[in-house]
Design a protein around this ligand. Sequence first.
Ligand code: BES
Ligand code: ZN
Length: 461
Amino acid sequence: MAEIETPVESYLAAGRERRIATFGDFLRIPSVSADPAFAADVHRAAEWLGERLRTAGLDHVDVSETGGHPMVYADWLGAAGAPTVVVYGHYDVQPPDPLAEWTSPPFEPAVVGHRILARGASDDKSNISIFIEAVQALLATRGRLPVNLRFVFEGEEEAGSEHLEEWLEANRERLGGDIAIISDVGFFEGNLPALTIALRGIMSAEITVTGPFQDVHSGVYGGAIANPVNALATIIAALKGPDGRIRIPGFYDDVVPLSDDDRAAYAALPFDDDAYREFLGVPELVGEAGHTTLERKSGRPTLDINGIWGGYQGEGGKTIIPGRAGAKLTCRLVPDQDPGRIFEGLKAFIEEIAPPGVRVRVEPQGGGHPIRSSIDHWAVDAAAKALEDTFGRPPLFIREGGSIPFVATFEQALGLPVVLMGFMPPDGNFHAPNEWMDLDNFEAGIRAVIRVFDGFAASAP
Ligand code: BES
Ligand code: ZN
């Protein structure tokens, strides 16, 4: 790793243990936004973060209530004439289940070699922590930052960012700037530094199928009534064809096909299908016909069931026709698909194909638009150079399959160009058991962020 200027590097060289301990304190707070049982913990994480920002030397630290979880804001605006950078991240995390599959408890961070394991270790507490450490190191050594900075940390990204738009509208005056860094992304396969240039959108829905008034004996009533679990399975099976295409009428209408340039850019990325398949432990990679794995996992839309329930799940058997069944479903969307229109299409199609004898409800659970950002911007050049100087190779420009509903809202509300930059490992088990962060990348990331800020100051027009 190339070193940065001496006083900052000396400051950083002496503080690694403290930084890991501070990161550990953050990871210990179970800020699970989707589950109301953790609401007080999410709140505690917001307060912790506010305090952390004060310690780092930021001004105007504000933990503000929304109709959901708090937003955390802080700034440092002492660089007259320099650009103003708005940095976004989120301090909430996904639920830790299934707990039994963790090698150490999800909210007791464990350092194993150069990895730290905990829920949120990568997504997204790593990125937030890296930025705060970079700011702290700069303020402690230089007494100032090279740019003006506003931090915006959200507490419900993992639960659909429901209250964000309202907060943005109400806080417009303190969100002015020249550039936004969305730091909720990471590196490419093989731990290669990357800048993200596209995110998929998302449409979330829940399907409920209701049959008899309650579970009933399958011998006594079987043959006379429809089974909600069978009916749900019939519906789900009809949503996709064997060619991997989604069968909802109109689903592909607004999809902008990948251009020759897009496909060439995908083909130029160093990606090994076999290694990817082996990492995942699947016998075969499967998806939409006519597209490569990389195209399918970020440049094409998908439909997946995320959870399904109904009937007896306990030990042994139980001969019933379940009274109800349900499933959680998400579609990943690409430009120019609209989550609202996709939901309407899904609902109409399910109502049309629903088998007789059951009642079916399809309800929206939120969504977010896909985004594509330009790489033709001074801030992208400066970020790319900072990554190259830190990690010894130029970053790859990648399209990410995940979603950050905030980004489109943010772009629209504030009209700022965005740079999507972060340090999460590509195989960091986000949303899954044994999530981890690479502590070497954590340390290098701090140096990279310092270079990004210096680079912005030097290259802003
Ligand atoms: N940080 C992720 C998105 C992401 C994943 C970026 C992988 C880069 C690599 C983000 O926190 C996330 O997971 N978002 C959710 C949004 C959903 C809950 C509305 C997602 O994509 O599932
Ligand atoms: Zn995230």
